[in-house]
Write a protein that binds this ligand. Structure first.
Ligand code: BG6
Length: 479
């Protein structure tokens, strides 16, 4: 069912795990400005506010401590090895390598940390899957250039890429240029370090920044191939098909338009050019982007695979009385789908939607997919005898792995599957530790208090069996 070389594993991101915010010369990243508590979302929405309210002496910033992966990586990777993981996705924190973002020379101590992480993976025969930028614009670049609103960012990002590709040649094969690139339209500060002055055209600036990222990504693919022809470089989407609430053609049209908001990014990355629908739509809004002939040429270098996160499907309705009933979902509010249950944080649980999304993407591109995030954020209870009975998380993954098996049987090519937050990490959206995804529990609370001890959950042993069997033994013949 699953190919023999299928890459089962886990995934985390630097700002949600590493901590050690000032260690070994690291500079500040966007995520380091996001506090815990109610102010966090306001900061995510408004970079000016985040910068001007940064008070590390009096406020808790969860990324500053994370789960202290910086000092625990060996133990954490050993846990993954014990689970049988074949791949480990982590991200580079840009400001560890270039603390302000625009230095000429990299910070050797930062590079040494990732060299150690990669060597540790290799020791256990775990394939490293490296995200180059996971919501991680250095604060220095936000202050100096306004983040990705500036074309200069392309050069600086490529400087980072060159250092990584040269330093880790032969040791890292799988790369992702940007985490969830489509997030820049929904959370522009998070996705691109963008802030807006009153009266500025938010849509125009966000699409311009997206264009610079797309060019940077395409040039990174070319550079990666030039430095090592074995490199495989992927784009990445926060995926999840948007359903029409009903078969009313107005709902169906709205769903198609919403889907284009995500597929615009992968359309460019896979097809190597802008789709006509986006050019028409921007023109209709009076928006002209700075796109040069050299950019168009650069975009012709396409990705080797498309990676995706999948947590939930979405739903839209053209009827205001229906669309008023919203629920949450990874920065995308969505109309509540009456057929689906939700997580404790309101994210809709839809394994069949996973099969649909995988098929949609593969139909569109015929390019291998890599599922690099999937999971359930839930509150876990640690029992007095140090166990976590997370049958709800097992049920979630069980259903999604079945759906993925069905997609493979449908003909979809999938390279691998990494459980999001395989070791509990800080939630990106809420900053909470209590929103846990891991199969390994980390003893820390929302204020960063606790021993930091790692404890295997029931899901750890379950996932270990899944990996050993290369899938679920009990999988029924897919329909
Ligand atoms: C994805 C991000 O959008 O969703 C991750 O790539 C994030 O960084 C994940 O952690 C889950 O979201 P959250 O907000 O529950 O942590």
């Amino acid at each position: 069912m699953f190919p023999d070389n299928f890459l089962w594993g886990g995934a985390i991101a630097g700002a949600q795990s590493e901590g050690a915010v000032h260690t070994d010369g690291k500079g500040l990243s966007m995520a380091d400005l996001l506090p815990s508590g109610p102010d966090r979302f306001k900061c995510m929405l408004n970079g000016h506010y985040a910068l001007s309210h940064y008070q590390p002496d009096t406020t808790y910033y969860p990324s500053h401590q994370g789960i202290d992966f910086y000092h625990h990586y060996a133990e954490d990777i050993a846990q993954l090895a014990a689970m049988g993981a074949k791949v480990f996705r982590f991200s580079i924190t840009w400001s560890r390598i270039f603390p302000e973002g625009d230095e000429r020379e990299p910070n050797e101590a930062g590079l040494a940390f990732y060299a150690d992480v990669i060597a540790c993976c290799r020791k256990y025969n775990i394939e490293p899957l490296v995200t180059i930028d996971h919501f991680d614009t250095p604060v220095g670049l936000i202050k100096k250039y306004g983040g990705w609103r500036s074309r200069e960012m392309i050069t600086l990002y490529l400087r980072l890429c060159r250092v990584l590709f040269e330093q880790f040649r032969g040791q890292v094969k799988y790369w992702i240029t940007f985490n969830e690139m489509n997030m820049i339209l929904h959370l522009p500060f998070v996705g691109g370090g963008l802030s807006f002055a009153p009266g500025e055209n938010r849509t125009a600036i966000s699409y311009q920044a997206a264009h610079y990222q797309l060019v940077a990504s395409a040039k990174a693919v070319a550079l990666a191939h030039e430095i090592d022809s074995q490199n495989m470089v992927g784009g990445m989407l926060a995926a999840g098909d948007v359903y029409p609430y009903s078969c009313d053609p107005d709902d169906v049209w709205l769903a198609l338009k919403k889907n284009r908001e995500q597929y615009f990014f992968s359309d460019v990355q896979v097809r190597g050019r802008y789709p006509r629908y986006i050019l028409q739509s921007l023109a209709a809004q009076g928006i002209t982007l700075d796109i040069t002939e050299a950019d168009r040429e650069a975009l012709r270098t396409t990705v080797d695979y498309m990676s995706l996160s999948y947590y939930a499907s979405r739903c839209v309705s053209a009827d205001p009385s229906v669309s008023a009933h919203k629920t949450k979902g990874n920065a995308f509010d969505t109309v509540k789908n009456p057929y689906l249950k939700t997580s404790e944080w309101g994210w809709q649980i839809d394994p069949e939607g996973f099969r649909i999304t995988l098929n949609t993407l593969y139909d569109r591109y015929q390019l291998p997919l890599f599922v690099v995030e999937n999971g359930l954020g839930a509150v876990d209870e640690l029992t007095v005898d140090n166990q976590v009975h997370d049958d709800y998380r097992i049920a979630y993954h069980d259903a999604h792995i079945r759906a993925m098996a069905q997609a493979i049987a449908d003909g979809v090519e999938i390279l691998g599957y990494t459980v999001w937050g395989c070791i509990d990490i800080v939630s990106a959206s809420t900053g909470q530790m209590s929103k846990r995804y891991g199969v390994v529990y980390v003893d820390l609370d929302n204020d960063g208090h606790g021993t930091g001890r790692r404890i295997r959950k029931d899901s750890f042993y379950w996932y270990q069996r899944v990996i050993a069997a290369n899938g679920l033994k009990s999988l029924a013949t897919p329909e």
